[in-house]
Design a binder for this molecule. Structure first.
Ligand SMILES: NC(=O)c1ccc[n+]([C@@H]2O[C@H](COP(=O)([O-])OP(=O)(O)OC[C@H]3O[C@@H](n4cnc5c(N)ncnc54)[C@H](OP(=O)(O)O)[C@@H]3O)[C@@H](O)[C@H]2O)c1
Length: 234
């Protein structure tokens, strides 16, 4: 089988762990991010998804090998997380967050869909903030809610095509994004782990395995998958 993974944001974190797993499962992996994914065999396109104009020729080059693929898994993983709220979020920052978290995924959907054969999949990385809100994460929360709406709409628009879609919503996962958001330091991680019923952070590899399972199982379609180790409700 000539299987392809196209993933955004595999230069580190959840995306990198996912690229590694799919490579080990025999997939050809294409990563789109500003920095490279340093896993052997991964094809990298250096691209800033916040740019409304993508480099000339990029789209044609990206889809060339995909036209021969037996199956494609497209994972919308890259995201921009800013600290903002109703009284601080500026229009230009909202546009930037939407460009990375909402517009780029749809540009890729439209570009890659014609090459997708049955058993292909489109997976969105959501968040616990896809379905609830906390303070000071306004643009991220609204974009993650939008991701669920995109996934549900995709499921309806793809009736009969045998392409499945899901949103996988990680909880606190030990990556740079989380550390940047809460501040470095073991104390901060421990405080966060207290909010998880299993009292620990998630490893990126655990989310990678969940994504691989969803990609291989079309019974998961139109679904929101909570992958958060159980969060303590307060
Ligand atoms: N970590 C958590 O606790 C957690 C919880 C819930 C959901 N999530 C979600 O999981 C996904 C992965 O996050 P992570 O924790 O693995 O974060 P991470 O380690 O910070 O990785 C983020 C990835 O997104 C890419 N990216 C960001 N802005 C980009 C841009 N403008 N253009 C291209 N690529 C861009 C980065 O690549 P470059 O910098 O190389 O461009 C990087 O590879 C995100 O959707 C996030 O919202 C994470």
């Amino acid at each position: 089988m000539n299987n392809y993974l196209v993933i955004t944001g595999a230069s580190r974190g959840i995306g990198k762990a996912t690229a590694k797993l799919f490579v080990s499962e025999g997939y050809s992996v294409i990563n789109l991010s500003r920095n490279q994914c340093d896993i052997d065999g991964v094809i990298n396109y250096s691209i800033d998804l916040a740019d409304s104009e993508w480099p000339i020729g990029f789209e044609a080059e990206l889809i060339k090998p995909l036209q021969q693929a037996d199956r494609i898994c497209l994972i919308h993983n890259a995201a921009l997380l800013l600290k903002d709220s109703i009284d601080s979020l500026k229009a230009e920052n909202l546009r930037k967050v939407c460009e990375v978290n909402i517009v780029a995924p749809q540009r890729l959907n439209r570009l890659i869909l014609p090459s997708m054969k049955p058993q292909s999949s489109i997976l969105y990385i959501g968040s616990t903030l896809s379905e609830k809100a906390v303070g000071n994460s306004y643009s991220y929360t609204l974009s993650k809610h939008a991701g669920i709406g995109m996934m549900r709409s995709n499921c309806q628009d793809l009736v009969g095509k045998q392409i499945h879609t899901a949103a996988i919503c990680p909880g606190f996962t030990d990556t740079e994004m989380l550390r940047e958001h809460i501040g470095e330091g073991a104390e901060n991680s421990l405080q966060l782990a207290e909010k998880v019923t299993q009292k620990r952070l998630i490893e990126p590899q655990e989310i990678a395995k969940t994504l691989f399972f969803c990609s291989e199982n079309p019974v998961i379609n139109g679904a929101v998958i909570h992958a958060n180790l159980g969060q303590v409700e307060s």
